[in-house]
Design a protein around this ligand. Structure first.
Ligand SMILES: Nc1nc2c(ncn2[C@@H]2O[C@H](COP(=O)(O)OP(=O)(O)OP(=O)(O)O)[C@@H](O)[C@H]2O)c(=O)[nH]1
Ligand SMILES: [Mg+2]
Length: 445
């Protein structure tokens, strides 16, 4: 199984022209990050910036007491019976339900391969054995942009979970974009475990929580439902971590399963919650893309600027060191030539070379002729001493040359900067416009 696994988001992706505008935007944003060589993740990595690839789907976590209708809701949403439902404790592990090209069930290991974001779950003992993925071909509602995470029903007492359910749900809550808490009016809606988990999630992920009274068609008449809801809210408010929370609780039931009831069904509100979260995720993804481009641009520009400063610094140092080295050498050569005489120079080094050397050393000779004869040796030793002092000071102060970029590095940095400025940023602007066009229409743009 694992060798055919790529990434859940990319497993058997439909061709671009079959994608909805939202899917296309998220897919293209994702590609801008993961492309080999020119992907933002690889570019940012060069400059020590760690970026995460944006997800192409939102994650909706469903939690609640046993038999609250979590799995039934998923089946209703995708209009396919992929999750087992029933009065018994049906869901025992964590199950991801996602869309793909082929109906398939995957084990925990394959799930981790497909969803690298879920890798940390491996560290929670036992979870991997109870982690599965159901890939469905359904394309209903916004399913192509969501991964549902179905969880085991929460119960107290004798029920032995085969992994740490509280810890796992808490981790999944951090990961999810939306957390639906389903309360069943007849079951153990207010078991301690549910309250513990909701309290914990509320401290870290309050903005993602949505509360629903499920199976509302099974909850008697309107006043029964109101009483149940009040009891649930009162119990929740008793918890210190929840007593400041204003609970907004909708009542829902699965239309196909309903008993004759006059109860209003707010299940559409759940769909709207999902749509709103998708829209928010698209905007966040585009905003993050913009921020990442700015950060990368700045990092590359800083490196190029720093390199220019270092090059100028090195040039100044070399000039200083060059003068300190060359001046004494030239003086020594001049001294050598005048002591040995023209004839010796021509016979030893050849006439042409001796002549060239003579011309080359003429400035030193002119300088030398200005100095009175009895001061020449003093000047000679002063220059040697000054040069040695300059060189020794440069060495002892650690004023060595600074490292600079190679030509190849510089070229590649410039290419990356060019790619970010001229490919990624315009693409982001285009995608933003496409996204806004869907809601605002051409006229406003
Ligand atoms: N009348 C009615 N029955 C429902 C509704 N939703 C679910 N059910 C029934 O309630 C039972 C439990 O539903 P599940 O979807 O299995 O509940 P669950 O929360 O996934 O349960 P666990 O996996 O055990 O935690 C099933 O027999 C469903 O047919 C609803 O809206 N109305
Ligand atoms: Mg279930």
């Amino acid at each position: 199984m694992s060798n055919k696994v790529k990434s859940l988001d990319t497993a058997n992706p439909p061709p671009n022209d079959q994608l909805s505008a939202d899917e296309k935007i998220l897919k293209e944003c994702h590609n801008l990050y993961i492309e080999p060589k020119t992907g933002l993740i690889e570019i940012a990595n060069h400059f020590g910036l760690k970026l995460l690839e944006p997800r192409k789907k939102i994650i909706a976590l469903l939690i609640g007491n046993h038999s609250a209708g979590k799995s039934s809701f998923i089946n209703w949403y995708i209009e396919e019976h992929v999750q087992k439902t029933g009065v018994a404790i049906e869901t025992q592990g964590i199950c991801l339900v996602t869309s793909g090209k082929k109906r398939e069930s995957l084990t925990g290991n394959a799930t981790i391969h497909l969803y690298p974001h879920f890798k940390p779950l491996q560290q929670l003992p036992g979870v991997l054995d109870f982690l599965t993925t159901e890939i469905s071909v359904s394309n209903q509602k916004k399913f192509s942009l969501i991964t549902f995470v179905d969880t085991p029903g929460l119960v107290d007492g004798g029920m032995q979970y085969l992994f740490d359910v509280n810890e796992t749900i808490s981790w999944l809550g951090n990961m999810a974009d939306l957390i639906f808490v389903f309360f069943d009016p007849i079951g153990q809606a207010l078991c301690k475990r549910t309250l513990d988990i909701v309290e914990k999630l509320n401290t870290t992920n309050a903005e993602k929580l949505r509360f629903y009274l499920t199976k509302a068609d099974d909850a008697g008449n309107e006043s029964d439902r109101q009483r149940v809801m009040m009891q649930i809210v009162q119990e929740l408010c008793k918890r210190p971590g929840l007593n400041h929370t204003g609970f907004d609780m909708g009542t829902i039931f699965i239309p196909e399963l309903n008993r004759p009831t006059k109860c209003a069904n707010q299940i559409e509100q759940v769909c709207q919650d999902i749509e709103r979260t998708i829209n928010k995720t698209i905007q966040n993804t585009l905003n993050t893309l913009e921020k990442d481009c700015t950060n990368i641009d700045q990092l590359i520009q800083n490196q190029l600027d720093k390199d220019e400063i270092n090059q100028a610094y090195n040039f100044a140092k070399l000039r200083k060191a060059g003068i300190a080295i060359i001046l004494p050498i030239l003086m020594c050569m001049n001294l050598y030539m005048s002591v040995m005489g023209d004839e010796f120079m021509s016979s030893s080094y050849g006439e042409t070379f001796a002549e060239l050397l003579y011309i080359f050393l003429s400035p030193v000779r002119i300088l030398w002729s200005i100095v009175p004869v009895n001061r020449r040796w003093i000047l000679f030793f002063v220059i040697i001493g000054a040069s040695a002092t300059v060189l020794l000071r440069m060495k002892s102060c650690g004023e060595g040359l600074r490292s600079t970029l190679t030509k190849k590095q510089k070229r590649s940095y410039k290419e990356m900067l060019h790619h970010v400025r001229n490919v990624v940023v315009p693409k982001k602007t285009k995608l933003y416009l496409e996204y806004l066009k869907q809601s605002a229409g051409d006229y406003d743009l």
